[in-house]
Each structure stands twice: as structure tokens, then as C-alpha cells.
Design a protein around this ligand. Structure first.
Ligand SMILES: [Zn+2]
Length: 96
């Protein structure tokens, strides 16, 4: 079962891969095929136990906590600078 699923852009091309973040209770999108190479993550291609690098940083907003994480080998490691309850924890990624 997949923990990362491909997401297409408005041209029906691969944009990247979505994981479900159990802390934010929403998806986070790792771009792998963005037109700006600086926006892309490196993905190991394993949708069952995905690894992305570098880290994902989602800035705090009115409807979203700050969420800073590494996804490695199917687990998500939340760094201590997250503002949600799972800061500092490493947990299995849920299936998406
Ligand atoms: Zn998150």
C-alpha cells in the first residue's frame, strides 16, 4: 500500500508526490518535476517506504501549524521547531 501518491499538474504531467501528514491531518506535496528545479525534492521512487530529501518545511498560517519534517523510509520525523503536538516525534507515515 502506498504512502506517497503521484500528483499531476494542470497540464496532466507529473508534478510530485503527496504524503498524508498525521500532525497537520492534511497532505504535503513534494514537488519532483517542478519547472523551477530549486522547488524539487529528491525522491527515491519507493511509494511504499518513501524517502524525500531535503526536509519539508510548511510555514505557519491561519489554518496550518508550522510543520518541519524529514520523510525517510516510510517514516516522518518531525523536528523540534514544529508548532503542532507531534514536534520532536518520529512516526510511521499513514497510507494515503
Ligand atoms: Zn505536517
Amino acid at each position: 500500500m502506498a504512502k506517497a501518491v503521484p500528483v499531476k499538474n494542470d497540464k496532466d504531467e507529473l508534478a510530485g508526490y503527496m504524503i498524508f501528514c498525521p500532525a497537520c491531518e492534511c497532505g504535503h506535496l513534494f514537488y519532483t518535476n517542478h519547472s523551477n528545479p530549486k522547488c524539487n525534492w529528491i525522491f527515491d521512487g519507493n511509494t511504499e517506504k518513501p524517502t524525500f530529501s531535503p526536509s519539508m518545511l510548511v510555514h505557519q498560517s491561519a489554518c496550518q501549524p508550522r510543520c518541519h519534517s524529514f520523510v525517510r523510509n516510510g517514516q516522518i520525523q518531525f523536528l523540534s521547531d514544529c508548532t503542532h503536538k507531534m514536534a520532536g516525534q518520529t512516526v510511521e507515515l499513514p497510507e494515503i
